[in-house]
Design a protein around this ligand. Structure first.
Ligand SMILES: NC(=O)c1ccc[n+]([C@@H]2O[C@H](COP(=O)([O-])OP(=O)(O)OC[C@H]3O[C@@H](n4cnc5c(N)ncnc54)[C@H](O)[C@@H]3O)[C@@H](O)[C@H]2O)c1
Length: 433
């Protein structure tokens, strides 16, 4: 957890911000540039934005994980002519060197300190909203929900918002169903160029990375329990299997459970999984997926993590209540809960997204596609402003196709085109057997 050092209201560059220490900027800049090299699609968009200035006059407030990949998205917005303010979507995912560089080197107002308490977290959300945004970006709907609950004066000035993650989209759809949503929101998460790659390969790899960086545990031969076989769960399960782990899956949805079974992993209820599991990771978007009765039945030395959006997936209050002692940070990002009978359970990253709390989050090459989707949809919202309706909007198919083609091009991969005869065949219903 970071020590809060002098917090500049304005950096030497005159940019407002609240970061841990601007002196960390040079390391952050190097890492932002490293990520940029892995993000060719976003770079191409940024170059075009630089020439065309499609976001001129827009004010963008973003509440995202303050990682180097996010920094490159913010750079694309600035290149497009927008004024930008950034705050964190999770108190443990901020990379302080990266935040420092945004303020010092790129002149982007950033309000984020790794390990900030809840009061500071919400103060930063309000500071980002003080920009009076015309567009917002969320990863978990915090800006949209704060605007609807506490900053309703901003609603009239908002063209639209983008939502990055599954949990946020679920909340926004629930808000819309209740008639509570007052702005158009683009469900970026539901774009194929996002969830099929970011949730599966990004969360898959970086969740394994977070668990290994925190514990250095050997995955080969280990019983790894994955709660939730959605996009993230499938990705994590396949990467853990690739390292030789014996993967077990818990689910509440029968089709997903069947899919896991036919993918060759054992499916069982959590009450059974806790008897054999050695490493646990929740990726459900639900709450109390591992709770008191589960912790009580776990093996001594079990390692427990969460890679779903909120830390509520693990009932850590219940774990605390059945523990006689909690030893914080016995290793960086590892807390040891000693139960009354002497068994130990190890919790990683305080139960927050393990890939961001204990590692660096998704690799830049996959965020390239997610953030290219964010950048193009932000531009799309400005261009389509007269047609936008309150509600949850899907990413148009042609935007997804543009991004996929660009990504293939940057990877040096060509694909076939349908011949005119083939196109006619697939579009007709008369030609048959
Ligand atoms: N760590 C990251 O960087 C990252 C990245 C993307 C998404 N997410 C988050 O991960 C979570 C999952 O996202 P997804 O895209 O895989 O969603 P998804 O909807 O595809 O999958 C979630 C799965 O969990 C299952 N589930 C729900 N409650 C359960 C329970 N009690 N026990 C077992 N299974 C249960 C659902 O049936 C579903 O199959 C969300 O909170 C999302 O916001 C995290």
């Amino acid at each position: 957890m970071g020590v809060k050092l002098a917090v500049p209201k304005k950096s030497s560059s005159g940019t407002p911000g609240d970061v841990k220490d601007v002196a960390l900027a040079s390391r952050g800049k190097g890492r932002i540039e490293w990520a940029d090299a892995q993000m060719p699609v976003l770079r191409e968009i940024r170059d075009r934005f630089e020439r065309e200035k499609p976001l001129k006059g827009q004010r963008i407030a973003a509440c995202l994980h303050v990682t180097t990949e996010t920094s490159n998205l913010m750079r694309a917005f600035v290149a497009g002519g927008a004024e930008v303010a950034l705050c964190a979507s999770n108190p443990l995912s901020t990379q302080d060197d990266n935040a420092a560089s945004l303020v010092k080197d790129y002149g982007i107002a950033t309000y984020a300190i790794r390990g900030e308490d809840s009061k500071t977290y919400y103060k930063h959300i309000h500071q980002a909203l003080d920009l009076k945004p015309t567009l917002t970006l969320d990863d978990g709907a915090d800006l949209v929900s704060t605007i609807h609950k506490e900053r309703t004066e901003l609603i009239d000035g908002l063209l639209a918002s983008m939502e990055e993650t599954t949990t946020g989209v679920i909340r926004l759809r629930a808000m819309h169903k209740d008639g509570a949503l007052k702005i158009p929101v683009v469900s970026v998460n539901d774009a194929q160029t996002k969830f099929m790659f970011d949730n599966r390969y990004g969360t898959g790899q970086s969740t394994v990375d977070g668990i290994i960086r925190a514990t250095n545990v050997l995955m080969a031969g280990r019983n790894v329990v994955v709660a939730g076989y959605g996009w993230c769960g499938r990705g994590f399960a396949s990467r853990a299997r690739g390292l030789g782990a014996k993967v077990l899956v818990t689910e509440v949805e029968p089709i997903r459970a069947l899919e896991a079974t036919m993918d060759g992993v054992q499916v069982l209820p959590m009450a059974e999984a806790v008897k054999v599991g050695e490493v646990f990771c929740t990726v459900t978007g639900n709450k109390a997926v591992i709770r008191k009765e589960h912790f009580q039945a776990m093996r001594d030395g079990a390692i427990v993590a969460n890679s779903g959006h909120f830390n509520v997936e693990l009932d850590l209050e219940a774990l605390q209540a059945i523990s006689k002692q909690v030893k914080k940070n016995i290793r960086e990002n590892v807390d040891q809960y000693v139960l009354k009978d002497g068994r130990s359970i190890f919790v990683l990253g305080e139960g927050r997204l393990v890939n961001l709390a204990c590692a660096e989050g998704h690799p830049a090459a996959v965020m390239d596609m997610s953030f290219a989707t964010q950048a193009l949809m932000t531009e799309w919202c400005v261009k389509s402003r007269s047609k936008l309706k309150v509600g949850v909007i899907d990413v148009p198919r042609d935007v997804e196709q543009t991004i996929a083609r660009l990504k293939l091009k940057t990877m040096g991969i060509s694909i076939d085109e349908m011949t005119p005869e083939q196109r006619k065949y697939v579009e007709s219903w008369q030609e048959g057997t």
